[in-house]
Design a protein around this ligand. Structure first.
Ligand SMILES: [Zn+2]
Length: 370
């Protein structure tokens, strides 16, 4: 999964501001939560107004009007829906969506937009918008725009690393959220992350495999841990240590299907048909390295130096090795495909024996398909 692919799949990306009534109506029809905060809709027959994602029965098009803000809807004589509570402070997701849309707006602009314009497309006052943007990203809209401008000409992939760098430069490391911006489903705040995933629900499953035991765990956003180990208890203890404040729950159906996919990555050595959503947490640098690892094809290897060069930091070989060692998503982020310059396997968080087997399986899976 490349960043380019994620960015491309942002719902509403082509109409990033839901700028026509047609776009808005389509968003209402699909109860698009990524549109929350972008606009509100009112229903003439009931006299209420809603967020786009409202779960209530859908109105007929001819009875619907669109509004930029709750205040606009109320000025037009509508009252807030009791179900989706459109007048209350937007939930984190709505604010994150709003910020994500603002970022796309800034990126798409030919010349750097001024704060008032960015805030206006978000339907907020400059002051309010500035506060939310800073709260979510840790940097100001101006800093984001400036950082984007300098890299403007580089391709789509670079484009998302710009987001990273902007946030990284601001000294803001727990920015995994910004990769999720891309998926339209943003997750926990850096504050929550530092608090050990307080209040988060994490489903996990453990399965015996040919390399011992395999643990897969996921938040609402995607897979947050894939670990290999010799026994179930140790794997579970490690998960608890990593997310001390989260509520750990047994596997649900979604998790089970991911567990099966990861298991087949381990056992068959070839990519699964299912795209696994990854809830990746790490510093901007680690995320860059982990992204580069996902670009190494199955059955091939790269050296730490090659990965360092691939991310544009040829001297950061040791730091690349550290990032590999800190990978928490075994197999899905294939740090097992990285070797020393002399071709030797070097270390593996989950044991060199496992690394050797994983590589051997990938090589034979590739040869079998050729
Ligand atoms: Zn509603």
């Amino acid at each position: 999964m490349t960043h380019a692919a994620i960015i491309k799949s942002v719902p509403g990306m082509n109409n990033s501001t839901f700028s026509s009534d047609d776009d808005r109506w389509q968003a209402v029809l699909r109860r698009d939560a990524t549109a929350d905060g972008a606009f509100f809709f009112s229903v003439a027959t009931t006299g209420v107004y809603c967020r786009p994602s409202c779960g209530a029965r859908q109105p007929r098009r001819e009875n619907v009007a669109f509004h930029h803000t709750p205040a606009d809807a109320e000025a037009a004589g509508f009252r807030p829906c009791k179900r989706c509570k459109p007048n209350e402070t937007p939930a984190w997701t709505a604010r994150e969506n709003l910020v994500a849309r603002a970022c796309r707006f800034i990126e798409a602009a030919e010349t750097t937009p001024v704060l008032a314009d960015i805030a206006a497309q978000a339907g907020l006052s400059p002051y309010h918008f500035h506060r939310i943007f800073k709260e979510i990203t840790g940097i100001t809209p101006k800093a984001y725009a400036a950082s984007h401008r300098t890299k403007n000409v580089k391709g789509r992939l670079k484009h998302s690393s710009t987001v990273t760098e902007a946030i990284y430069d601001a000294g803001y490391n727990a920015n995994s959220r910004f990769y999720e911006t891309a998926t339209g489903v943003l997750g926990m705040t850096p504050k929550e992350y530092r608090a050990g995933a307080k209040g988060q629900h994490i489903h996990y499953g453990i399965q015996k495999c040919s390399l011992g035991f395999l643990l897969v765990a996921a938040t609402g956003r995607g897979i947050c841990a894939i670990q290999l180990g010799d026994n179930e208890d140790t794997l579970l203890d490690e998960l608890r240590a990593e997310f001390p404040a989260a509520q750990l729950l047994p596997a649900n159906e979604t998790l089970d299907s991911w567990l099966v996919s990861v298991l087949s990555l381990v056992e068959d050595g070839k990519p699964t048909r299912q795209t696994l959503p990854l809830d990746i947490r790490g510093t901007a640098f680690q995320q860059q390295v982990w992204q580069a690892l996902q670009d190494i094809p199955a059955g091939e290897t790269a050296t730490y130096a090659e990965v360092a060069t691939a991310i544009g930091k040829p001297k950061a070989v040791r730091a690349v090795a550290n990032a590999c060692a800190n990978n928490r998503l075994a197999v899905a982020i294939p740090c097992h495909r990285v070797v020393r310059s002399d071709g030797s396997l070097s270390g593996y968080r989950w044991g060199v024996g496992r690394k050797r087997k994983l590589l051997a399986r990938e090589v034979s899976a590739r040869e079998a398909s050729e």
